[in-house]
Ligand binder design. Structure first.
Ligand code: R5P
Length: 299
């Protein structure tokens, strides 16, 4: 079995070096902006695990992905398992207005082309409840929440805390966190007005939040609009400290500053999207799943 990887995941690939043959993929840009790629080894008859990041510049990395899959297939590899820690375009899971695409379907169709299996982490699943509704190939859906929560437990006081979910989509992740930390949880009801604006509802009056610490759990922080609304509500209701644990963080420095001004204490994310808040690495999750895939193959 060999592992092919693009430069963004070099660190991760190196951490699993030893049991597998690593194959770096050469990429460069033509003067006109088009991508050139080349797989540096022959992968004929190999079971390939392809680590690819779609985190930064999603459109470009999707094209890069398609070219790499074609190149791997052209060398007659045996199977391809794609590991894509963050899948973009899943949030447009409905045609909200006439003339819009169903982006979640488009991205799942493109990712599926030519691969045998997909591994990903905390994909945004709302109207599509499960990856099997989007993909016809077998998928492994990992969660980074246990890693985030255990980091939090090691570094913060969790006494007198409550877990908060910003919306119904977050409930699955919130329950994982509440279970590990043995803490109560509350889920808000969110309605998105535009890409930057949300309305949040929920009968928090019955909850005694005064003096508590709140830990917000979510799959994605993008503009920070959701976290900003929830943080304000919590602080206005007597919460002492608000922290956020998030799997994929796309937040800009500017929007982070706005969250700090509102009173957010700490934002902690994984490194599926490299950023200053990536305090928890997904490397152990990826190494484990690669080991399991390899064991299954050799049995
Ligand atoms: C959407 O439902 C997701 O779970 C996140 O809550 C959302 O994508 C966050 O986006 P933003 O930071 O732009 O509010």
């Amino acid at each position: 079995m060999i592992i092919a990887y693009t430069s963004l995941l070099e660190k991760l690939a190196k951490s699993i070096e030893g049991n597998f043959k690593l194959v770096p993929i050469i990429t460069k840009k033509f003067p006109d902006g088009e991508k050139y790629i080349r797989i540096s080894n022959n992968v004929k008859n190999e079971d390939v695990i392809f680590l690819h990041s779609m985190a930064l510049n999603p459109d470009e990395s999707i094209m890069e992905y398609l070219l790499i899959i074609d190149a791997l297939r052209s060398m007659e590899c045996n199977t391809i398992t794609a590991i894509i820690p963050y899948i973009p375009y899943l949030r447009q899971d409905k045609r909200f207005n006439l003339g819009e695409p169903l982006s979640a379907k488009v991205i799942s169709y493109l990712i599926s082309l030519g691969i045998n299996k997909l591994v990903t982490i905390d994909p945004h699943l709302h109207r599509f409840k499960d990856l099997s509704e989007l993909f016809k190939i077998p998928c492994i859906n990992l969660s980074a929440i246990p890693l985030l929560v255990n980091y939090y437990k090691r570094n913060f006081d969790i006494n007198n805390s409550i877990i908060i979910g910003p919306d119904i989509e977050s409930e699955k992740l919130v329950k994982i966190a509440a279970n590990i930390l043995s803490l109560p949880y509350f889920i808000f009801e969110k309605q998105r007005i535009s890409d930057k604006e949300v309305i949040v509802e929920g009968e928090i009056k019955e909850l005694s939040l005064k003096g508590k610490n709140a830990i917000i759990i979510d799959d994605i922080v993008s503009t920070g609009g959701t976290i900003s609304k929830i943080t304000s509500i919590l602080l206005n209701n007597g919460v002492n400290r608000v922290d956020v644990l998030v799997s994929h963080c796309l937040l800009s420095e500017e929007n982070y500053k706005k969250l700090k001004e509102i009173g957010l204490n700490e934002l902690i994310s994984t490194d599926t999207i490299p950023n200053p808040f990536s305090k928890v690495s997904i490397a152990p999750l990826i190494s484990k799943v690669i080991g399991e895939i390899n064991d299954k193959r050799s049995n």
